[in-house]
Design a protein around this ligand. Sequence first.
Ligand SMILES: [Zn+2]
Length: 313
Amino acid sequence: MSIFAVDFGGTRIKVGIVHDGEVLAHDAIAHKHGASLAESMPRVKELCQAMLAAMVGDPQPEAMVCALPCIVSPDRSRVTRTFGKYDDAPDFDLDAWTQAEMGIPCLLENDARAAAIGEWKCGAGRGVENLAMITLGTGIGTAVICEGRPLFGTHGVAGNLCGHNTVSMDGRECICGLRGCVEAHAATWALPGIARESELFADSSLSSAEVIDYRTVFAEAAQNDQLACELRDNAIDCWSTLVMNLIYQYDPECVVLGGGIMAGKDVILPAIRSRLDKRMPELHRDTKILAAELGDAAALAGGWSVWKSRTAL
Ligand SMILES: [Zn+2]
């Protein structure tokens, strides 16, 4: 059984042809900031057709599964809330579009949950019944698999918006309208602002960096730049707090960390582990903290499982 899986990111739209859980081919197109789903879908269709034409054999995808950076209804049929990306999604009937344009049905999934399902079925979380995943990148996404099922809750947000867990009541302003969210203190979008506000900025090597992201911060911290060390340690404190909160809330067997920031996993994983070992009660000390294995392909592989679970009903 094959499907097209599409992961609508903030800067790229990734498309895969997935057969029995294996991503046979994947490619991406650039996403112009602010471009709508209506503008993007014809380009997605074009890429799907080009990829299919280049395949050896004929996998004949029978559906499309779209992972979106939006809240998706628990029946996976529609988007119920957006966050400044693909804002036409609640009014755009993706299933009707794919049926009319490509002759196949379409299911939707939140992108963080799709990645968690991918890692659970095909990646770092294979074989467990309880898993939490955190995607560390431009934003911070979370999703939870509980007792062998992806968690949705009443509105499709259970375990899903923990990047907006509060770490400081009077902390930094967040894009969600609240203050002190994990994202506002330790996501890439917030990092340049945090760095520039520091009194250490003028004397820091970060002041001459072309891009201030966590890759740069980790590299400069390794050279003992004082501000970079502070930013790295504060971020690891925030991510550790989020991991601890997820462990307390959902009691997972493992917490899988993915996303671009995890390029620094050799520093991040042991630092989180040591914070947990100091603070968590003994009961939770066997919770594994793992790096994601599938990278960009996680949400695509997760899309295949989403379709499979639907057809198995
Ligand atoms: Zn927030």
